[in-house]
Ligand binder design. Structure first.
Ligand SMILES: Cc1cc2nc3c(=O)[nH]c(=O)nc-3n(C[C@H](O)[C@H](O)[C@H](O)COP(=O)(O)OP(=O)(O)OC[C@H]3O[C@@H](n4cnc5c(N)ncnc54)[C@H](O)[C@@H]3O)c2cc1C
Length: 503
């Protein structure tokens, strides 16, 4: 019996799955997920990602079995798996979503394309976000995003499955080298994604505005959809459409709720805006977006500083508490993520690549396009964003004024009084001796770092290179909207400048 092969990757749902819908129009489908050792061997992979994928696949398999099918799990390099499936029963076409992944998934895709050419198989790929492959100009991007989000959600009514499916229950084993599975992380699967979206749209988004900056309120006030979007348990289009539908139902006077949902939709847009940068220039996973910043930090990596950051012993309580929360939960709000990278890039003067590899394993929602663009933006190597330096003492005073967050995640700080809590190094020596010493002097190290960056920024070479980066990657936000957002951002934070400051 002829069938189409549907390859699931970071799109672990059957609803609004463009590849599955297109394959189903041709007749019978066979659904596969492939555990690719090479992909899981990359330094950005973690056990928490694998287990989340496993949970999501279990949920997907359960749903497909109710429809008369299943998802098959294969292990191996993609061309080898395709060879084996082909030898068992040749298929009419390969269907999948486009992936803006890391260098390894990009190279794998080239091998899959070569395999398809040799076999004479057509590989049909579909956009899964508002990200445009082979985008000609950024000027058309916003319209393309709107078009993608407005298209009808596609749920194939009568799926017909290839009959040779195995009856064995879904089973997959994590590669033994994988590490890090936070005990308090979110669990995978579409039912949980839908429940998270529902509770956000109908209740939690009331606290979105004003609630997303503090690490105390953010876990509840933020949508918490990032991991479900990153692994595709729910589609971006579904989230945008359901949010717009909820907005349309709310009365005009529900200003707080409406404001929260509007701000949330902006972030959904940023999600794709950032992924588009990696899609357009895959090299930003490794190289500075603006080459004028090459050699700024490359030659001066201080491993001890890096170890102190990873082990939550920088001596700056807000930083160490954030690292601890991240380690235990797999999630942090935007502001605390930005603060961690800022501390790494400025006072600790660490290059963004190793810091980004470590954080990729810590974030359950690791999405390469957002991640590497943000790492570079917060480290000042894009050349187009105003320098932002987050002072961890000020962040603590603003967003954890009573020290609840610091005391929750750093038991050693529970006995420290409010007056010393955010700057314990100012305490009298005996009381302070059991706490980690700051790795560097915060004020002078930050000042020196900013001076180095600003000196480079003024050079003719760096100035000259800026226009090309703007043309390729910058947002085309209208000047009036940009001005308004800048004023709002400046009023609520001590950040310098506007561009995607999530709160
Ligand atoms: C250094 C750094 C690395 C980051 N790495 C990732 C990553 O790997 N994966 C990831 O999903 N987000 C990343 N972010 C962006 C942001 O911190 C998270 O999306 C957010 O904290 C996730 O929580 P949420 O879903 O509750 O967010 P909400 O505030 O509810 O936002 C809704 C959705 O919008 C998108 N979004 C929100 N903020 C941003 C932003 N600033 N840029 C782009 N998209 C955004 C996400 O998809 C998110 O799920 C990073 C931010 C920084 C500073």
């Amino acid at each position: 019996m002829s069938y189409s092969l549907v390859w699931f990757k970071r799109d672990l749902r059957w609803q609004d799955h463009a590849a599955l819908a297109a394959a189903a129009q041709q007749g019978a489908v066979r659904c596969i997920y492939v555990v690719e050792p090479e992909i899981w061997a990359q330094p950005d992979a973690a056990l928490q990602h694998f287990e989340f994928v496993h949970e999501s696949l279990q949920a997907l398999d359960q749903q497909l079995r109710l429809l008369g099918g299943c998802i098959e799990i294969h292990t191996g390099a993609m061309p080898e798996v395709l060879n084996a499936i082909w030898a068992q029963a040749p298929f009419a076409g390969l269907y999948s979503h486009e992936e803006t992944g890391n260098g390894a998934s990009y190279a794998r895709d080239l091998r899959v394309a070569a395999w398809c050419r040799v076999q004479g198989v057509l590989w049909h790929e579909f956009a899964q976000f508002g990200v445009v492959r082979r985008l000609k100009s950024r000027n058309q991007w916003q319209a393309a995003w709107e078009k993608h989000m407005a298209a009808p959600v596609q749920n194939p009514a009568n799926l017909q499955f290839w009959p040779g499916r195995p009856s064995a229950p879904l089973a997959m084993t994590a590669p033994s080298h994988l590490q890090h599975n936070p005990p308090l992380r979110q669990r995978g699967g579409r039912p949980l994604a839908l429940a998270t979206l529902h509770s956000f749209l109908h209740a939690r988004s009331l606290g979105y505005r004003g609630g997303i900056s503090s690490p105390l309120s953010a876990p509840d006030a933020c949508s918490r959809l990032s991991a479900y979007l990153a692994w595709g348990c729910i589609s971006m289009r579904e989230v945008v459409q359901k949010t717009r539908a909820q907005l349309a139902q709310l009365p005009e006077q529900a200003t707080r709720h409406r404001g929260g949902l509007s701000a949330f939709i902006s972030r959904l847009y940023w999600h794709c805006h950032f992924i588009q940068k990696l899609e357009d220039e895959p090299a930003i996973e490794w190289h500075n977006m603006h080459c004028g910043y090459d050699d700024l930090r490359e030659l001066a990596f201080n491993q001890q500083h890096f170890e102190a950051l990873k082990e939550a012993r920088t001596g700056w309580p807000m930083v160490d508490a954030s690292v601890t929360m991240l380690r235990e939960t797999g999630w942090l709000n935007f502001r605390m993520r930005a603060m961690l990278v800022s501390v790494a890039a400025y006072p600790l003067w660490l290059h963004w690549r190793p810091v980004g590899e470590w954080l990729a394993t810590q974030f359950l929602d690791y999405e390469p396009g957002i991640h590497w663009s943000q790492l570079q933006m917060q480290s000042g190597t894009t050349g187009i964003n105003t320098t932002r330096v987050y002072n961890p003492v000020k962040q603590a005073q603003d967003h954890d004024p009573h020290g609840k967050f610091v005391r929750r995640w750093l038991p050693a700080m529970r006995g420290v009084s409010d007056s010393w809590l955010f700057e314990p190094w100012l305490m009298p020596a005996p009381a302070y001796s059991s706490l980690p010493q700051p790795v560097v002097d915060l004020a002078s190290a930050t000042r020196e770092a900013k001076q180095r960056l600003h000196a480079l920024r003024k050079t003719p070479e760096v100035k000259a290179g800026k226009a090309a980066v703007v043309e390729k990657h910058a947002s085309r936000t209208l000047p009036a909207a940009r001005k308004k957002a800048k004023a709002a951002s400046a009023a609520s934070s001590q950040q310098l400048g506007f561009d995607f400051s999530s709160g």
